[in-house]
Design a binder for this molecule. Structure first.
Ligand code: ADE
Ligand code: ZN
Length: 355
């Protein structure tokens, strides 16, 4: 468990929290870059490339963002990504995200990307990675945001497709740090990709997987035990299995929780019903992230501020812990983590002194 620094968290009034949540440095560990594609950019790229969209305009597209579950979102999300054709498109999408992240005081971001969404449309993985890695380099240089890429396998597709994706991406191995597993969770358990993950492990890639978003706690267990992942993306359904909650706390397995996503996809009825505070209080290593911010109504700071507004039991200490967890659970180097955590400590010390 993280030992907290000697800061007078209790002195910080609740009224100071929204500004503090925005100002504190943080890492974002659960962000699908295709999910940052705003309707305006979708329409601009569609026009540029002569791609026909089944929506009249930006407003009509936004109106379609009323989801009933994960699948209803994924159908629109994959359609939106159909305007991404050239490396410059991927770079523009990622730069737009990095500018928002910098404004939200994100110091480090680990971005998911879905090669199969693009290769299935005839866009080579080289194009995808060229555009995204170009933006990663520019983010560091132009915005001071550190970033890395995590290649995700679409779990509704088969093992052979995942292996083919990995092989096609390996010539660009230096541009991604790990692999993840996303798309339709129910009926596609982690163990479907046991051999793919074993190979990725041999290659020295970091391993994460979505589990326990809509799927049962058993998927969290097999992600840990069969895939041997280092973090669980979402994981909120762990509460259905108290023994699993105890294990996640004992092993300090990071959960990349996405509150606004969970409400938009009806995992929780409303933000004030979210179990984030309960997970923190159970000692789990929880982080806050935005998932697909262009679709779910807010980037990472909105996820923090709206969650804290909806859950009055969340404290300044929780705010510190969430940001601290985001750095500790990242795959960044220890030296970078130490710098960011020192900055985080300074921000909270100043807030406590001012109170
Ligand atoms: N792909 C993009 N967002 C996702 C989510 N929340 N769950 C599963 N797959 C995704
Ligand atoms: Zn996700």
């Amino acid at each position: 468990m993280t030992t907290l620094p000697d800061i007078a968290f209790d002195a910080i009034p609740r009224a100071a929290l929204p500004a503090l949540l925005r100002r504190m440095p943080k890492a974002e560990l659960h962000l699908h870059i295709e999910g940052s594609l705003e309707p305006e950019l979708i329409f601009a790229l569609a026009q540029q490339h002569g791609v026909a969209l089944p929506y009249a305009d930006v407003e009509a597209l936004r109106r379609a963002y009323a989801f009933t579950d994960l699948q209803s979102f994924l159908d629109i999300y994959y359609a939106g990504a159909s305007v991404l054709l050239q490396a410059a498109d991927f770079e523009a999408m990622a730069m737009a995200y990095f500018e928002r992240a910098a404004a939200d005081n994100v110091r480090h971001a680990e971005l998911f990307f879905d090669p199969q969404t693009h290769t299935e449309r005839g866009v080579p993985v080289s194009t995808v990675i060229e555009g995204l890695s170009g933006a990663v380099a520019r983010a560091k240089q132009e915005l001071g945001v550190s970033a890395s890429l995590i290649l995700c396998f679409l779990r509704h597709l088969d093992e052979a497709s995942a292996f083919a994706t990995l092989e096609a991406a390996l010539p660009f191995r230096q541009h991604f740090i790990g692999v993840g597993l996303d798309s339709s969770e129910r009926g596609n358990p982690p163990e479907k990709f046991a051999r793919v993950y074993a190979r990725c492990r041999e290659l020295g890639l970091h391993l994460v997987a979505h589990a326990g978003e809509e799927g049962p706690p058993a998927y969290i267990e097999t992600a840990l035990d069969v895939l041997k992942v280092e973090r669980i993306d979402h994981g909120v359904r762990c509460v259905d299995d108290p023994a699993l909650v105890q294990r996640l706390a004992r092993e300090q397995v990071p959960l990349t929780v996405c509150p606004l996503s969970n409400v938009k996809l009806c995992v929780f009825d409303a933000l004030d019903k979210h179990n984030l505070k309960a997970l923190l209080d159970a000692g789990l290593k929880v982080t806050i992230n935005s998932d697909d911010p262009a679709y779910f109504g807010g980037y990472v700071n909105a996820n923090y501020t709206e969650t804290f507004a909806a859950l009055p039991a969340l404290t300044a200490r929780d705010a510190y812990l969430l940001a601290r967890n985001s750095f500790e659970a990242s795959f960044a180097g220890d030296a970078d983590k130490a710098v960011w955590i020192a900055e985080l400590d300074a921000v909270f010390r100043e807030a406590a002194a001012r109170a």
